[in-house]
Design a protein around this ligand. Structure first.
Ligand code: UT7
Length: 330
């Protein structure tokens, strides 16, 4: 028995910031659009709200759409690198917020692959037969860890969250295949947040040196991501004997439109089959894939039996791909 996605939802904060809001950083709308594909992004400006709030909003919508109560949820998994705090987990904060008192849960850290890792992890509990309803959420308040004075990173990220409900699938449907990868050896030095963990706890010095913000060697990460994401998407197709015609949608992580286009080209599919919202939301890290899924679903674009390929690449490095056969009725 596989795990089917039986509901989707997304939450984007209302505050929009266009590329023109960054021109004081010696950048331009033209540079940002052509190098990344980003036009605007959302930042959650309410200082009393963070990732758990966005994920709880997603969870509430999912319960509503599926017409179930919070007590029916068995497990909550949250992919995030911007938890409200190190502990308790975002999953526990979401549990409290929605009243899922029969659930257990945990956070999962895999940066831009966080949602995909969480999706695959959640599916194992369904496949084992021990769980009937698993909430898988992915969200990040990237503005909390982005140096708004650094043009290399400030323009890239946004805040947002998305999620899905996993339930036992009908025969032949659901999460049919996946490949997950990590390569700390190649990745650990090129995309990280240096301070705030147990190695370099917060101090006056770490704050002065701006070490609580994302550092990215964009060019190096780009070179790995553009190959890694394309290859894993092609691998998923090959393992499942899918031709370009068989793929209905590619749902890729939204870090850079050029990486997304290269992945589509490697798969042999046109951009009309690719979920793209980087222009509106930027890179929401663990939020990108479930937000894309929710948009396709809300727009009524997902039909019974559609083959959806998910592909991600991010800090770690962590990357992966998955094949979901969409189940429309339950
Ligand atoms: O989601 C997790 C994984 N992350 C990714 O997949 C991101 C991968 N990397 C990228 O998407 C791209 O590398 C970036 C969008 C971050 C940068 O684009 P790029 O085409 O790789 O530019 P670059 O880093 O090679 O920089 C080219 C030039 C540099 O100037 P010099 O050294 O050639 O004089 C940068 O300083 O562009 C400069 N630059 C900018 N110029 C205007 C960097 N950021 C900006 C900016 N505005 N915002």
């Amino acid at each position: 028995m596989k795990a089917a996605i039986t509901a989707t939802a997304k939450y984007l904060p209302p505050e929009r910031f266009t590329n023109f809001d960054f021109v004081n950083l010696d950048t331009s709308d033209e540079w940002i659009r052509t190098r990344t594909g980003i036009v605007e992004r959302r930042f959650l400006k309410d200082p009393t709200k963070a990732t758990a709030y966005m994920c709880s909003e997603v969870a509430r919508q999912i319960l509503d759409k599926r017409g179930i109560s919070a007590e029916e949820i068995d497990c909550i998994i949250v992919g995030t690198i911007t938890p409200d705090m190190f502990f308790p987990s975002t999953a526990c904060l979401v549990q409290d917020s929605i009243g899922a008192k029969n659930a257990w849960g945990f956070d999962l850290s895999a940066a831009c692959s966080g949602f995909l890792y969480a999706l695959v992890t959640g599916a194992q509990f369904i496949e084992s037969g021990t769980h009937k309803k698993v909430l898988v959420l992915g969200g990040d308040k990237m503005s909390a860890i982005t140096d708004m004075q650094d043009r290399n990173t400030a323009i890239l990220f946004g805040d947002g969250a998305g999620g899905v409900l996993l339930e036992p699938a009908k025969e032949g449907y659901g999460l049919l295949d996946y490949r997950l990868y990590s390569d700390g050896t190649s990745g650990k030095d090129h995309l990280y947040m240096k301070a705030g963990g147990s190695l370099m706890p917060a101090s006056h010095e770490t704050v002065e040196k701006r070490l609580h913000y994302i550092y990215q060697d964009g060019r190096t990460v780009f070179k790995s991501a553009v190959v890694g994401m394309a290859e894993v998407a092609a691998e998923i197709m090959a393992r499942n004997n899918l031709t370009p015609n068989d793929v209905v949608y590619l749902v890729p992580h939204q870090a850079n439109l050029r990486i997304i286009s290269a992945t589509a080209a490697r798969m042999g599919i046109g951009m009309e089959k690719v979920a793209v919202n980087i222009d509106r939301y930027g890179n929401t890290t663990a939020g990108t894939v479930p937000i894309c899924l929710a948009e396709l679903d809300e727009e009524g674009k997902l039909n019974d039996g559609d083959n959806i390929v998910i592909a991600t690449y991010g800090a770690g490095y962590t990357w992966g791909g998955a094949l979901v056969k969409w189940q429309k009725s339950f």
